[in-house]
Design a protein around this ligand. Structure first.
Ligand code: NDP
Length: 328
């Protein structure tokens, strides 16, 4: 029986356990496209899956990895043929459907997008769900009518994956970018990506008043909790914040004051089931607008046998920017 190398998460008496295994091809799940996976990446959610810190895995055994890039081997889907290069983000892959930390994947063709023109598979994974979500957040702000002329944009969790891409694309869009980080030693890195000002995480630690001094008109928040509450209280009249993450926590200890007294809007960003036309638009814009030198500066490439360690590191906030996983 043919097998391939994969990371597999199994349920245990005390939770779950991730290990490198030889996975039986016959155990791949249903799908109309089979892929040779060449690259994957490490997102915060992959860290949650591998450490078991949050119950993101809803089927065992599971191959984690919410992102993959690869080449079509066989396809019963009219949109794809053998040899096509494709990218997959989300759709429950790595949570409910066997994911990207494997040499092979079998998935629904409807979940795939063609590798965007001008990007290599490695660059697409350097962007990954984190970067594609940052672009969805920028698109949400634009759709709401926010422009750089209205004022600066804040990025929280700036040295992380979503944050790093957000800093670069907001700068490209013409914003004065304020990067908030718990790692002030990454100031040079963030300035290199386009940050005009750096704030520390401590700036968002004190008690939140319903309204505070107006500072920014836009924001991309991947942190949630008290940080997002501070960000909202300091958003200018008619500004908007796109919220996509919970690195600090899922709670939001805010009041209605920013919404009803300043007309501030909180825009939710969800990448997993995002409809295909929006995905294609986000990827096309990333291919065009994300500076390749900046992308390279935020990318670390790791071999397949380091992915479990990297997933443990990301939930401890130890990873800077984006990781690309080379699948052998
Ligand atoms: P990363 O770990 O790369 O980035 C998160 C960053 O948040 C860290 O680098 C750190 O930045 C900051 N941070 C971490 N812990 C804390 C804390 N306790 N308090 C304040 N700040 C903290 O993760 P990703 O960029 O991959 O993902 C970020 C978030 O976005 C996650 O919650 C993830 O689940 C979510 N997400 C949601 C998506 C969606 O569809 N809605 C899609 C993709 C991601 P720094 O060191 O600069 O302070």
């Amino acid at each position: 029986m043919a097998s391939f190398k994969a990371v597999r998460i199994d349920k245990t008496d005390t939770g779950s356990q991730a290990a490198y295994v030889d996975f039986d091809e016959a155990d791949l799940m249903e799908g109309d496209v089979t892929l040779r996976v060449t690259h994957s990446t490490v997102n915060y959610k992959d860290g949650l899956a591998i450490t078991g810190k949050s119950p993101v895995v809803r089927r065992f055994p599971m191959i984690p990895g919410v992102d993959l890039a690869g080449t079509v081997e066989t396809s019963a889907n009219p949109e794809f043929k053998p040899g096509d290069q494709v990218v997959l983000n989300g759709w429950g892959v790595g949570e409910m459907h066997l994911g990207g930390y494997a040499q092979r994947a079998r998935v629904k063709g409807d979940w795939l997008v063609p590798l965007p023109a001008g990007l290599t598979p490695a660059q697409a994974m350097a962007i990954g769900t984190a970067g594609y979500t940052a672009m969805l957040a920028l698109m949400a702000l634009e759709k709401h009518g926010i422009t750089p002329a209205m004022g600066p944009a804040i990025v929280t969790g700036a040295a992380g994956g979503v944050g790093s891409v957000a800093v670069a694309i907001l700068k490209h869009a013409g914003y004065h970018v304020i990067a908030s980080t718990g790692r002030p030693e990454e100031a040079d890195y963030l300035h290199g990506l386009g940050a005009d000002e750096i704030m520390t995480r401590q700036d968002f630690e004190g008690p939140v008043r319903p309204l505070m001094k107006e500072r920014w008109a836009a924001g991309i928040d991947s942190v949630g909790s008290l940080t997002l509450a501070h960000v909202l209280a300091q958003t200018r009249v008619r500004g908007a914040i796109a919220a996509c993450g919970l690195a600090q926590g899922m709670d939001l200890p805010t009041s209605v004051a920013p919404f009803i007294l300043r007309g501030v809007c909180l825009l939710g960003v969800e990448s997993v089931t995002c409809p295909k036309p929006l995905r294609l638009e986000a990827w096309a814009r990333l291919a065009k607008e994300l500076d390749r030198a900046k992308l390279a500066s935020m990318t670390t490439t790791i071999p397949f046998d380091r992915v479990i360690d990297a997933a443990r590191d990301i939930v401890q906030g130890k990873i800077r920017g984006r990781f690309v996983v080379e699948i052998p």
